[in-house]
Design a protein around this ligand. Structure first.
Ligand code: AGV
Ligand code: CA
Length: 313
């Protein structure tokens, strides 16, 4: 069994990532933290607890709430999706929420879980790095208990996904929310696998994929995935700023099934000031990162099916 701690920020693909982590036979989830970055915190927390109730196979997880705040807030329209997710009937059949809230804020819950787990823990983070940066500041010795960090964020190809004033279009949102947190994590000696936009662009949400999930909706976990991805825009005629990709799901699935991706080692740094703040970039003097470069598209989507079907058991 592999210990995994998951920190996410409440968008559709974050919750689908949680669902899939809960189905991985070799994964022991030691903790889950939620940050209200690409979501409002209350519905993101509630939906997280309900996904664990419904699809968690009686794990004894508690969900930790983040009090981290970003420098550049996500668009309100995107953050509102968490309310719709939390209201989906499939998460509300029982009418009660059982999974408890952890007593400490997410960054300190992370420290506790790492330090009290005897073996090392793999970190999967599908939102900004703020909670990890704060955990490192609270207790620098946690690096010895972290096997590796898998992070969805950043990009090296100069094509960002932030369409906001006073920035130059080169940054990815999770990095842009808190650039200094990326810098703090980059300055640590953690082993990092990064899933940036160059690879996630290979796995857009499309009408064909939605149709595929529709045909399998008799399986509750696939129904949840289909309902979730019905809330966000697919790649239809051309890519817009709101087009949805399977960013976080790729990160999560690749953390457990490395054969679906190819990677390369890069040395990199991040800007914390100026119009490119939040931009990750390659530089010979930077720190090493394993960057996911390509995805086996069909194997990836097949893996989602197989994992989701596991929830029937
Ligand atoms: O930049 C990708 C990150 C992922 O962690 N998030 C969404 C994923 O959960 C921010 C984001 C970028 N574009 C978006 C985003 C969009 N069109 N809708 C919602 N969130
Ligand atoms: Ca996310």
């Amino acid at each position: 069994m592999r210990n995994v701690y998951f920190n996410h920020d409440g968008s559709v693909d974050d919750l689908v990532s949680l669902l899939l982590l809960l189905q991985m036979p070799d994964v022991h989830l030691t903790g889950v933290g939620v940050v209200g970055a690409d979501s409002y915190l209350e519905p993101a927390l509630a939906a997280t607890r309900k996904v664990i109730d419904r699809f968690g196979h009686d794990t004894h997880l508690k969900v930790a709430v983040s009090d981290s705040r970003g420098v550049h807030p996500f668009p309100k329209e995107w953050r509102l999706d968490a309310f719709s997710l939390d209201a989906l009937p499939i998460l509300n059949e029982s009418g009660t929420v059982v999974t408890p809230v952890a007593p400490k804020p997410a960054h300190l819950d992370l420290v506790d879980k790492l330090q009290t787990t005897s073996e090392k823990t793999t970190l999967v983070m599908t939102g900004p790095l703020t909670d990890l940066a704060r955990a490192l500041q609270a207790d620098p010795s946690i690096t010895a208990k972290i096997e590796q960090l898998y992070w969805m964020g950043g990009t090296f190809d100069g094509r960002g996904n932030v369409a906001e004033p006073e920035q130059d279009g080169t940054t990815e949102w999770n990095a842009y929310w808190d650039p200094q947190a990326v810098k703090t994590v980059w300055d640590s000696d953690l082993t990092i696998q990064m899933v940036g936009l160059e690879s996630t662009r290979q796995v857009p949400l499309t009408p064909a994929i939605r149709q595929h999930w529709a045909t399998l909706r008799q399986h509750p976990a696939i129904d949840f995935i289909g309902q979730g991805y019905a809330l966000v825009p697919a790649l239809q005629h051309f890519e817009t700023n709101s087009t949805y990709f399977l960013w976080d799901v790729l990160t999560t699935v690749a953390s457990e099934f490395p054969e679906i991706v190819t990677t390369k080692r890069v040395t990199s740094d991040v800007l914390t000031e100026g119009p490119g703040r939040g931009r990750t970039f390659e530089t010979p003097t930077g720190r090493p990162v394993t960057l996911v470069t390509t995805v086996d598209h069909d194997a990836f989507f097949k893996r989602i099916d197989t994992l989701a079907l596991h929830a029937d058991k």
